[in-house]
Design a protein around this ligand. Structure first.
Ligand code: NDP
Length: 332
């Protein structure tokens, strides 16, 4: 079985040399464990943080050990009650072909209800992040004008559509290519979108939201956050979900220059960790499942085929090569 190891800690942008695909033996599962043949695994922006040797909300990857993260696969051997060969499970030991998973960390999923890959995206971690970040953290309400950055990505594409479905007065998105911008407006029903590479975010946001915004969902940080603070209306709220523009920085960068506006406008900026919101899971699955069945909610997936391309998939994610959820399909 092959698995991806982190072999060097990246300084700045990671490179292929920081990763190695290594062989390991597959053993029968011990008591209370299941052996899973992974079919898809997730590569996510937060994994960049885990490549640094710093204390954070998730422990860093260990050098010369397999990396981990969300995965779905098929049980091929079981030594745990309640799990049988042929069951499909969601678990946390991605980045490898075969995973030896403690049964209490495996959740059965049904491939007949939804494609397996969606349990990593629209029905999984990134979908719940969008749902909780918009409805709980940003206290979204009908009539709000919403701006989301990283809008063509896994989280962002769901935030914009969910806001629209719940009665947003206007939804604006930013993304890194003209093609993505077109998708947001023509397929996902955004009222306006812009390519942040085509000009200053502040000017493009002003133009797209002449009456300002009430909610900002931040996936990017930097100039996006500064522009949003300028465009937020009185009592506006921002969910600080990610700051991908700075994950590869080697020095801390200064924050927005217009923070003083937070006072006069009585803004609320609040961080989110999706891990705090699993209590919403039943409501989330029911509501989002309904929207998916009715066709009201769309989602994208970018599949990279073959475990040997796992590290490249992660590097591609950081460069914006994905539309919707970036997924590695293990068997190719
Ligand atoms: P995405 O599917 O959005 O993929 C990442 C995207 O980021 C790329 O496709 C790229 O799109 C964009 N990007 C890369 N560099 C930059 C840059 N310098 N400026 C602007 N955009 C950039 O990933 P996710 O949906 O999984 O995650 C989105 C954000 O949410 C991330 O910041 C992530 O860390 C965060 N997150 C936080 C969680 C939490 O609990 N707090 C949980 C899950 C995600 P483009 O072509 O548009 O540049």
């Amino acid at each position: 079985s092959r698995e991806w190891h982190l072999v060097a800690r990246p300084h700045g942008w990671p490179t292929p040399a920081d990763f190695a695909l290594r062989e390991t033996a597959v053993t029968e599962p011990a008591e209370g464990r299941v052996l899973v043949r992974n079919l898809h695994f997730s590569v996510d922006p937060y994994m960049r943080g885990r490549m640094n040797d710093v204390k954070s909300y998730v422990p860093p990857f260990k050098l010369d050990h397999p990396m981990d993260g969300g995965a779905v696969g098929e049980v091929v051997a079981s030594n745990a009650e309640g799990f049988a060969v042929g069951d499909h499970v969601l678990h946390g030991l991605g980045w490898r072909e075969y995973a030896d998973v403690p049964a209490q960390h495996a959740t059965k999923v049904d491939p007949d209800l939804a494609p397996l890959s969606t349990y990593l995206g629209v029905l999984g971690m990134t979908g719940l992040t969008a749902y909780a970040g918009l409805f709980e953290v940003a206290s979204f309400k009908e009539g709000d004008a919403v701006f989301v950055s990283g809008a063509a990505g896994a989280v962002g594409s769901q935030v914009g559509q969910m806001a629209k479905l719940k009665g947003a007065s206007r939804v604006i998105g930013s993304a890194g290519s003209d093609e993505k911008v077109k998708l947001l407006v023509e397929e996902y029903g955004f009222d306006a979108a812009f390519n942040y590479k085509n000009g200053p975010v502040r000017d493009q946001l002003r133009e797209a939201a002449p009456d300002g915004i009430d909610v900002y969902f931040d996936n990017v940080g930097g100039d996006h956050l500064e522009a949003a603070i300028s465009s937020l209306n009185v009592h506006g709220r921002a969910t600080i979900c990610g700051m991908i523009a700075q994950y590869n920085d080697t020095e801390p960068v200064p924050g927005p220059r217009n923070m003083a506006m937070i006072i006069g406008k009585r803004l609320r900026l609040q961080g989110i960790l999706v891990g705090d919101h699993y209590d919403l899971q039943p409501r989330f699955v029911q509501e989002v499942g309904g929207w998916l069945r009715s066709g009201d909610l769309k989602y994208g997936e970018t599949f990279v085929e073959g475990i040997e391309n796992g590290a490249d998939a992660f590097l591609g994610l950081l460069r914006g090569e994905n539309t919707g959820k970036m997924i590695v399909s293990v068997t190719g």
